[in-house]
Design a protein around this ligand. Structure first.
Ligand code: UD1
Ligand code: CA
Length: 454
């Protein structure tokens, strides 16, 4: 039987107290809902339908271009009502797996177990035992079999003592689910159409209901407020870091790193505390990331060391580069092997060839720097005339003295030397010293002003 997955994502998430719809709240740098959508794709569903409603435009825009079916639930009348919206275009021949957009840590492995344990004409719910089940729907069993699900607000005191809860994941043959949903009522504490009421109907129709238990309570955690969002973030980070450690990546403290994207590492990479990794980041063999670094969408070559407090975005380095402390690499910074970008150095949209050094207090923008160049402290490429950006080209082996302004467009020749403090506006030839300075003057007999009245 084919598999259809329906993801419920129409709820407002009032308890988030946010203008952002709940399913777009970020977890590991991307919307809650995208974690569930990815899981659905891994399961190989032939049809993935998202039921959306609250914050509709925003939700659609966030998933623009992805292959998904969308069903609008204009008013939210409960989880059963939500699933109904997805049914018209769901093939009768399929099994339907219902997932919640606010249960983002579920793994494909757990769902595969549920699918494998359930025959085509059976129903299944994924459950878990919780020490504190408050707020969740409870699983009522009789002689070990699931007979009913009851919401917290409708539960008797005795039922409230049950520790086995409904994670929200439900599996059913499509045809039967459609028939049961048609008979659903809303005579309950919340006046909603509960998806969970389907279970009692299944049982009275003689259909087997499997209660499959998840092993890990983090995995089935429902996110309703910012506290649970933060708990889920830590749980997911722990999972990501565990996977990386298993591949040999070293962390000073697995609890003090945040990976919001994909981190790919070579051998013997070491990451000190407070690293934030965003987007696609690749670290070559032996890369060391010291404390307090943000690295976003960048590729660092083998043996590169990122000293403390750098901000690196959209950059690439070759092997054995040294960055920081306190360096900022902006998009388009391309460093070849053995390049140094030291403290308070900002590099944007520039290529720096092998072995060049930009060690202190410098801005390099829209530049092409050759091999073995030394850029002195406090040098600035003046790339912007207020309207357009212009390029600076520096030849191999050039030596730029401290405090130089290179007013682009400008070209510095190979092995040229630029005297400290110069403002260079014209081409500087190869192998020569070029400088631009007013003559030094000493005024004899000059006195410092004295304070009036004293
Ligand atoms: C639901 C379950 C409860 C379970 C818990 C697990 C029901 C009746 N209750 O309760 O048994 O223990 O989840 O986390 O199913 N949604 C819609 N449209 C609606 C209502 C909800 O799309 O009209 C979506 C929400 O966006 C959310 C999911 O369904 O993604 C769950 O809704 P929520 O209101 O959080 O249900 P709970 O009260 O937590
Ligand atoms: Ca919930």
């Amino acid at each position: 039987m084919g598999l259809s997955i329906v993801i419920l994502a129409a709820g407002q998430g009032t308890r988030m107290r946010s203008d952002l719809p709940k399913v777009l709240q970020p977890l590991a740098g991307r919307p809650l809902l995208s974690h569930v959508v990815d899981c659905a794709h891994v399961l190989g569903a032939e049809d993935v339908c998202v039921v959306y409603g609250h914050g509709g435009e925003q939700v659609l825009a966030a998933f623009d271009g992805q292959e998904l079916r969308w069903a609008l639930q204009a008013e939210q009348h409960g989880t059963g009502h939500a699933v109904m919206q997805a049914m018209p275009d769901t093939p009768d021949a399929n099994r339907v797996l219902v997932l919640f957009g606010d249960v983002p840590l579920l793994t494909p492995a757990t769902l595969e177990r549920l699918l494998a344990a359930t025959l085509d004409d059976e129903v299944a719910v994924l459950t878990v035992d919780l020490e504190d089940p408050t707020g969740y729907g409870r699983i009522v069993r009789k002689d070990g079999n699931v007979v009913r699900l009851v919401e917290q607000k409708d539960a008797t005191l005795a039922e409230q003592q049950i520790n086995e809860i409904n994670t929200g994941v439900m599996l059913s043959p499509a045809v039967r689910l459609k028939a049961w949903l048609d008979r659903l009522g809303n005579d309950n504490a919340q006046g909603e159409y509960y998806l969970t009421d389907v279970i009692e109907m299944a049982v009275s129709d003689g259909v087997v209901v499997n209660g499959v238990k998840a092993d890990d309570e983090d995995e089935v955690m429902g996110i309703n407020d910012k506290k649970q969002l933060a708990q889920a973030e830590r749980a997911l980070q722990a999972r990501l870091v565990d996977e990386l450690m298993a591949k040999g990546v070293g962390f000073a403290d697995p609890a003090r790193v945040d990976i919001r994207g994909t981190l790919t590492c070579g051998k013997d990479v070491f990451i000190d505390i407070n690293a934030v990794i965003e987007g696609d980041v690749e670290l070559g063999d032996g890369v060391v990331v010291e404390s307090n670094n943000l690295i976003r969408n960048s590729r660092l070559g083998a043996g590169t060391v990122v000293h403390s407090n750098c901000h690196i975005e959209g950059a690439t380095t070759g092997a054995n580069c040294e960055l920081g402390p306190f360096a900022r690499l902006r998009p388009g910074a391309e460093l070849a092997d053995n390049v140094k970008a030291g403290n308070f150095v900002e590099i944007k949209k520039s290529t720096i060839a092998e072995g060049s050094k930009v060690n202190h207090l410098t801005y390099v923008g829209d530049a092409e720097i050759g091999k073995g160049v030394n850029v002195g402290a406090g040098t600035i490429t003046c790339n912007y005339d207020g309207v357009n950006k212009h390029r600076t080209v520096i030849g191999d082996g050039a030596f730029i003295g401290s405090g130089v302004e290179l007013v682009a467009p400008v070209e510095i020749g190979a092995d040229a030397t630029i005297g400290a403090g110069s403002t260079i506006t014209k081409p500087a030839p190869d192998e020569a010293l070029t400088l631009e300075r007013a003559k030094q003057l000493t005024v004899k007999g000059w006195r410092r002003p004295v304070k009036k009245g004293s």
